[in-house]
Design a protein around this ligand. Structure first.
Ligand SMILES: CC(C)(COP(=O)(O)OP(=O)(O)OC[C@H]1O[C@@H](n2cnc3c(N)ncnc32)[C@H](O)[C@@H]1OP(=O)(O)O)[C@@H](O)C(=O)NCCC(=O)NCCS
Length: 187
C-alpha cells in the first residue's frame, strides 16, 4: 500500500466464480466483522442472490488489481411494514452486508479517497439507479425511496460511516443487538 491517497476503487459485479479470489479477505475480528467475512466467502452470499436477487459488488484498487479491498450488496425487500412493526406496507432497498478488508480500515487517510467513502458513494449511486429503474418499470405501489440496513449496536465505525452518508437510526427498533438505519434517497 502506498502512503498517500488518490486511488479510485473499481467495482465489479460479483459472480460465484469470484469466491476463489476471496480467500485472503478478512474484514476483522469483531463479531460483526466475522459475519461480513462469512457472508461473502460462504454460501450465504449465493443464497442471498438466488433468494432475493441481491446485487453484490467487489472493489479492487489500482495499486494491486488482484487484491479485493471490500464488497457491498443491495436488494429490494418484499412487502414490509415501515416503520416496523405496524407502519404501512412498503418495499425498501436493503443492504444485506458490506465490508472492507481490515488492512484498509481508515485508509487512505484523505477522506476524499477513503475506501469506506468510495464504497458508500458507489452503493448509494447504485441504489438510486435501481430506485429510478423501478419508478419507470413498476406501478407506484412498488416504488422504493428508502435505503435501509441493520447494524450491530456496538459497531461504532459502521454507524459513523452511515451517519456521514445521511442515514438515521430508527428509534425503538432492536433486533438481536442490531439497530436499523435508513437513508431517504434523493431521486
Ligand atoms: C464498516 C467499515 C466499512 C468502515 O470502514 P472504515 O475504514 O473502518 O471506516 P472509516 O475510517 O471511514 O471510519 C468511520 C468513522 O468511524 C470512526 N471509527 C473507526 N473505528 C472506530 C471504532 N473502533 N470506534 C469508534 N469509532 C470508530 C472513524 O473515526 C470515523 O469517524 P468519522 O465519521 O467521525 O470520521 C469497516 O470498518 C468494516 O468493514 N468493518 C467490518 C465489517 C462491518 O462492520 N460491516 C458493516 C456491517 S453493517
Amino acid at each position: 500500500m502506498s502512503e498517500t491517497g488518490g486511488h479510485p476503487l473499481f467495482a465489479d459485479e460479483f459472480t460465484p466464480a469470484d469466491q476463489s479470489w476471496l480467500a485472503d479477505l478478512h474484514c476483522g475480528v469483531e463479531v460483526w466483522a466475522q459475519a461480513a467475512t462469512a457472508w461473502i466467502t460462504t454460501s450465504e452470499v449465493l443464497e442471498s442472490i438466488s433468494k432475493y436477487n441481491t446485487k453484490v459488488w467487489l472493489y479492487r484498487n489500482s495499486d494491486n488489481a488482484d487484491a479485493i479491498v471490500g464488497f457491498s450488496s443491495l436488494a429490494v425487500t418484499g412487502w414490509k411494514r415501515w416503520p416496523p412493526p405496524a407502519g404501512s406496507r412498503a418495499r425498501l432497498l436493503y443492504i444485506p452486508q458490506l465490508g472492507l478488508d481490515q488492512r484498509y480500515r481508515g485508509y487512505p487517510p484523505d477522506p476524499e479517497w477513503r475506501y469506506s467513502n468510495q464504497i458508500m458513494e458507489h452503493l448509494i449511486g447504485q441504489a438510486k439507479r435501481l430506485a429510478r429503474q423501478i419508478q419507470i418499470e413498476k406501478p407506484p405501489s412498488k416504488h422504493v425511496e428508502l435505503l435501509t440496513l441493520k447494524v450491530h449496536q456496538e459497531n461504532r465505525a459502521a454507524q459513523h460511516l452511515y451517519t456521514r452518508f445521511g442515514f438515521q437510526c430508527l428509534p425503538s427498533f432492536e433486533d438481536e443487538q442490531h439497530l436499523m438505519m435508513y437513508h431517504k434517497l434523493s431521486l
